[in-house]
Structures are given as C-alpha cells and as structure tokens.
Write a protein that binds this ligand. Structure first.
Ligand SMILES: Nc1ncnc2c1ncn2[C@@H]1O[C@H](COP(=O)(O)OP(=O)(O)OP(=O)(O)O)[C@@H](O)[C@H]1O
Ligand SMILES: [Mg+2]
Length: 470
C-alpha cells in the first residue's frame, strides 16, 4: 500500500505535469493564434484538445433545444453552423434525411466535440444528450450543445461570436433551405396542443414570375418584401418589432394561396397554416404563437370565418359548428383573442415574421381586423386581365403571341374569369391553337351567361360536367 507521502508526491508530480502540459498548450495557443490561420488553429486544437480538453478558467454555455414550449433558435443555428465544422476525425455522426429533403443532414452525435477559433478566441463545442423520465415513467431525450471557452471572453462570445454563428447559419440555411409548411393536422377533440405543429416540405411551384396579377401590385409587393428583410437595423432603431401583415382578398381562384406560396418561395420563409377551426381557445392560440419560429409566414385563410368566432364567443357551445364542447368563460376562441394574437405577434420576441390573412369577402371582415397597423398592405387579387393572361399563356403554352390574343383580350375585358378558370382552359391541350380556341369559346359562353353557345355536343357535355363540378 503506498504511503500518504508517496501518494502526495505522485499527486504533486501529476499536478505539476498537468500544469506544464497546460502551460505548453496555452503557449502553443498563443503562438498559433498569431501565426496560423483560424482553420488550422482549430485543427491543431482538435488534436491537442482531444488529449487535454481543459484550458485555464473555463466557461461553458449550455444551449438546449427547447426553452419551455418554444424552440431555441440558437440550438438550430448552432447545429447548422457546426455542420460546417465536421471533420473525418470524428467517430460518431448522426445522419438523417426527410422524405423530401434533397440532401442528407450530418450532425454531431452526443459526446462528439469540435473546435473553432474566432478572433483569436478558442472555442470548444460539444453535443450532449440527457435522458429524463416523464411522469408516466417514459424516457425522453433532451438534446443540447455546450460551448466552452476561456471565461475572460464571455462578453465577446455572447455578443459577437454567437451573433456570427446565427448569421452564418442563416446564410447556409438560405442557400439550402427547403421551405416547410407547418400545419396543425387533425387535432379535433384531442384538446392537446403541445408541440402541435407538424411539418412537410412546401413543395409548391408558385413563383412571382408565374403569377398572373396586376404588375404594379406585384412589383409593389416584391419591393415591400425586399425592404422588409433588409431592414433589421431600421426596425431596431425605431423600436418597432420586425413584422409585417398582408391581407389578400378576392374571389376564389384568383391566386391568393398561390401568392402566399410565391412569397414563401421568394423569401425562403416557412409557412404556418393556422387553421382557426382546429383551435379551441385563446390560450391554445397563444401557445401556438410561442412555438412559431422566426423567418416564417403565418397564414390564416378565409378570415371572414371569424364570424364563426364571434358566434362561438356569443353563443357558447350549442352554436359551435365543429362540435367542440366549449363551456365556461375563458375557454373559447374569440375575436378579441385573435386580435390579441396578432398584436402579440407585434410585441413578441420573435423576428422576421409575416402574417397573411386571406378572404373572399373583405367587406364582411370585422373592422377591427382592418385597422391601420394590423395589416400593413391590402392586396386585391382579381379576375384575369389581358396582362395576367399573357403570364398564363407563357406558363401553360410557352407562347408570347398568337392571332387569338386580341380577341381574348377583348373578351376578358367584358367578362369576369378567374386565373384558375383560364388556367384550366389552357391546360386542355398542348396545342396552342386548340387551347386558345377553347378559351375563346369558354369566354364567349361566360359572356352570354349560358353554358350553351355554338359548341358541338361533345364539348358542351364536357363543359357542363366541369361547370357542375365548380
Ligand atoms: N393569379 C394566378 N396566377 C397564376 N395561376 C393562378 C392564379 N390564380 C389561380 N391560379 C391557378 O388556380 C389554382 C387555384 O388558385 P388559388 O388556390 O391560389 O386561388 P385562391 O385565390 O387561393 O382561391 P380560394 O379563395 O378558393 O382559396 C392555382 O393552383 C393556380 O394553378
Ligand atoms: Mg386559397
């Protein structure tokens, strides 16, 4: 058995050696930080740090995936950023691919670490995962990332480095992003709204080029969006939340939903489809709001159905069409709850958010929804115009001119045909002559207000069948 003195002296020797190693490492770090580029420094550190991971008085920041109900964006940003730091020297990596993702995502597994250097500061990232038990005895995993560095750099790391990580991850995301559509799914009767957003890839081909709408309005909207994303500092300076609201109104089939998809594809923002009929009360609405991530478009389609909301508010559960058994005060979704939600968007901490309402009947909306400041821009989507028709003809038939264009233009000024109707006619044949002749007949029929102009029997039958489907 070793004596106390020999244990002590072994300990002292060990400590001295440790300090020596530390000294050598920090000496190397000091030299390398002056002479060697960041990338190489990080590589050297990964070799040395792997042998001896502690340097001086260390501080560790813990970045969890969720903070209560809300997703921690710093966690996602760090994960994306760290994907660029992954090296073949790592032993375990997590790989995943969503069914519609076009690339495999590679992330660090728990216990793996990478080193980084930022303005001479050396940093160590480590992926962690803690298993916890819930009330029912089930296991859940809490993922996190830890960032360690010398404590004297705390301020710089928090204020500059993390900002740099976020900016870099944004740039990466913008380059690779597949726009996602989040929706509430079938929650009827579940009453449980926790983590209730499900997501798929948006996969909607709409772009501004392909959209038939008033060219001036289109330009104004694109400029507005550009200004919005550019103006982060401006919003900060004037003390306004970085949010924007659009109301899209017009008859069915004029491209309101397509326009939302075009906006999402243009900005590379995710879309959150907030279907009011699957929301039971104001507090669910608030909870959903908190879990919405930045850089997103929140969509409430057919907002004129807020009339339903008012009924729910006024009439209690027997008027509730969805059969939700809503009783007692404070357990309904109300118009004022919705207004609070919108205003909450304006005061919540989230950034880069857009809210879009669509309606077929602007005049039916509660004036409170239209008050200045709630919706920044009102966009009218209307029946097809000659210039809209040019866009559709180019999309569907790949033509920019045709003998029938003049006649179609004339007819279009006289009848109300939606872009969806025109698009349907143009899809009937790949042959431009046949498709356009069909369109002329369709418009003439509309003009006469009967479905039965000089078509032959076959076409008439076809048309009738289609019209009855409308
Ligand atoms: N302005 C448009 N430009 C190009 N295509 C359009 C336009 N409007 C409609 N379409 C075509 O018609 C289809 C239906 O349009 P969309 O769903 O965007 O209309 P909407 O205005 O949202 O209708 P609703 O009020 O019924 O929701 C689209 O998928 C698209 O193919
Ligand atoms: Mg729509």
């Amino acid at each position: 058995m070793p004596s106390t003195t020999s244990v002590l002296s072994t300990y002292t020797t060990f400590t001295a050696t440790t300090m020596l190693v530390r000294g050598v490492i920090s000496e190397i770090q000091a030299i390398t930080s002056q002479l060697i580029p960041n990338r190489l420094q990080a590589l050297l550190l990964s070799k040395l740090g792997g042998l001896y991971p502690n340097w001086g008085s260390q501080m560790t920041l813990i970045i969890d995936d969720y903070e209560g109900y809300s997703f921690n964006e710093l966690y996602e940003a760090s994960q994306i950023y760290l994907q660029t730091k992954i090296t073949p020297s790592m032993e375990r990596l997590r790989v995943s691919k969503g069914s519609k993702d076009n690339k495999v995502a590679v992330t660090m597994d728990k216990g793996e670490a990478v080193f980084d250097v930022f303005e001479g500061i050396q940093l160590r990232w480590e992926a962690t995962c803690v298993e916890t038990k819930d009330e029912n005895g089930g296991k859940t995993e809490k993922r996190g990332i830890e960032l360690s560095f010398h404590s004297k750099y705390m301020e710089k790391v928090i204020n500059s480095y993390l900002e740099y990580v976020i900016e870099t991850s944004k740039a990466i995301q913008e380059k690779n992003q597949v726009v996602k559509l989040f929706s509430l799914g079938d929650m009827a009767g579940s009453g449980d709204m926790d983590g209730s957003w499900g997501s798929t890839n948006l996969d909607h081909p709409a772009t501004f080029d392909k959209l038939a709408m008033d060219p001036a309005m289109k330009k104004e909207l694109i400029d507005d969006l550009d200004r919005f994303v550019r103006r982060r500092d401006f919003y900060k300076k004037v003390g306004k939340a970085w949010k924007r609201g659009y109301l899209l109104y017009g008859p069915p089939g004029t491209g309101k939903s397509s326009l939302i998809a075009a906006m999402a594809n243009y900005l590379k923002f995710n879309v959150y489809d907030l279907e009011l009929s699957s929301i039971y009360n104001n507090s669910d609405l608030r909870r959903l709001l908190v879990s919405i991530r930045n850089r997103s478009i929140i969509v409430i389609e057919d907002i004129d159905c807020t009339i339903d909301i008012e009924n729910r508010q006024a009439g209690g559960h027997d008027q509730d069409k969805g059969g939700h058994d809503l009783q007692g005060k404070g357990h309904e979704l109300t118009l004022s709850g919705l207004l609070n939600f919108i205003d909450g968007l304006w005061s919540s901490t989230g950034d880069e958010r857009i809210i879009v309402f669509t309606t077929n009947n602007k005049e039916k909306l509660d004036p409170a929804l239209l008050r200045p400041g709630r919706m920044d821009m009102h966009i009218h989507m209307s029946y097809c115009t000659p210039s809209g028709f040019r866009v559709l003809a180019s999309n569907y038939l790949d033509i920019t001119s045709h003998d029938l264009f003049h006649e179609i233009d004339q007819l279009m000024m006289e009848v109300e045909a939606t872009p969806a109707e025109i698009a349907e006619e143009l899809m009937r044949s790949e042959d431009a002559d046949i498709a356009l002749e069909g369109l002329v007949k369709f418009l003439q029929n509309k003009k006469l207000g009967s479905g039965k102009l000089d078509s032959n029997g076959e076409e008439e039958g076809f048309k009738e069948e289609n019209e009855s489907n409308e």
